[in-house]
Ligand binder design. Structure first.
Ligand code: SF4
Length: 360
């Protein structure tokens, strides 16, 4: 398949104070692990996610207790809240009433038409969107029978089926996900979806695995999709603390230059010329810059032989030089710093540069 640029050509859909679609921006989402009816635990988790850079959060809504907790959770968080519902339209109505900023429900699974109409009417009245979540593992039986097994065409057919139900009720604030745990299937499904409709796409490789394997699988799949200009919001799904999902999402967007409020670390792969304990320095600097909201490029290099030259593109960095380091800015050496204070000095300089960036 050829080049597709779908991202900015999608329909803008409001979710709380954010807009998904209609631009090049990608919104980072995650999902809580706490029991949603446990308001304190859920709010604490959401606040940790917000701190890490999560922009929209989703909670599971398996029962009425969870649905009734939405209004209290909403009062205590600062980012838009998505409520994930399977089948039960009454839970959707309670969640919408409680202030959900978006619901994830497949209209074709709700049942009788009156029930679908009630949910759509409530969502319209509050001006909130509905995400249709197509999942290769739970495609409608008639679609699986038609294709024999879950295929990208089958997934698009399922999406169009749910979309039509909403469009027939004159509802268009729709976001669609096309999740599969098979990377090739997910890539094909998102490409075909991008060609089939202009609703914004929520990206994800579902059940991708643990922190290490799932990060690689998600980066491989979502990287291919993002590189085609597809995707308006994303969630990395990991069997790990959801804060890790947000970190991975931010790092992935950085790789494509699709995030403007994050600093990037460049560190050398190390070799026999290494003059400082580069691996621990790189890890410490990486951890530190998680909270830097300016798009700075920071470089940490093991030696000065190629150091400043290799780092010409960086805003600031350190190159090791036998027990000390050369601190450089924009490729020019500024001063020497002893190894013991090197990281602290670099952190201070990063803070100054970040402050200057926001003064501009
Ligand atoms: Fe080796 Fe120096 Fe390059 Fe690092 S910066 S890979 S230590 S030559």
């Amino acid at each position: 398949m050829g080049e597709i640029i779908h991202r900015s050509k999608t329909r803008p859909v409001k979710v709380g104070n954010l807009t998904i679609g209609g631009s090049d921006e990608l919104i980072i989402q995650s999902m809580t692990m706490s029991k949603t009816h446990d308001v304190k635990a859920t709010v604490d988790e959401i606040n940790r996610l917000t701190e890490a850079g999560c922009q929209i959060v989703r909670v599971a809504c398996p029962d009425e207790r969870a649905a009734r907790a939405i209004s209290e959770i909403k009062k205590r968080i600062t980012i838009p809240l998505v409520v994930d519902i399977h089948f039960d339209y009454k839970l959707a109505l309670i969640a919408i009433e409680g202030g959900a900023d978006k619901i994830r429900i497949n209209p074709g699974n709700i049942g009788r038409r009156e029930k679908v109409e009630a949910v759509v009417k409530a969502a319209k009245a509050k001006g909130i969107p509905i995400r249709i979540g197509v999942n290769a593992g739970s495609l409608e039986r008639h679609i699986v029978n038609k294709y024999g097994y879950p295929t990208a065409d089958g997934m698009v057919e399922s999406a169009l089926h749910h979309i039509k139900i909403l469009e027939d009720l004159d509802f268009h604030d729709i976001i669609v996900s096309m999740k599969a745990s098979d990377v090739n299937l997910a890539i094909e499904a998102y490409e075909k979806a991008a060609r089939a409709f202009d609703y914004p796409l929520h990206l994800g490789i579902t059940e991708s695995g643990t922190l290490f394997a799932g990060t690689i699988k998600s980066a491989a799949g979502l990287g291919a999709i993002l590189s085609k200009g597809i995707g308006n919001t994303l969630r990395i799904s990991l069997s790990a603390d959801p804060v890790e999902e947000v970190k991975v999402a931010r790092e992935l967007l950085k790789s494509f230059g699709l995030i403007s409020n994050a600093a990037t670390l460049v560190s050398c792969p190390t070799c026999g010329r290494i003059e400082i304990d580069l691996i621990s320095i790189a890890n410490e600097v990486e951890e530190y810059i998680q909270h830097i909201k300016a798009p700075l490029k920071i470089s940490v290099l093991g030696c000065a032989v190629n150091g400043p030259g290799e780092a010409r593109e960086a805003d600031i960095g350190i190159a090791g030089a036998r027990g000390e380091g050369l601190l450089f800015k924009k490729g020019k050496t500024v001063r020497k710093v002893p190894e013991e204070t090197m990281v602290e000095e670099l952190k201070k300089e990063i803070d100054i540069m970040a402050e200057e960036y926001f003064k501009k």
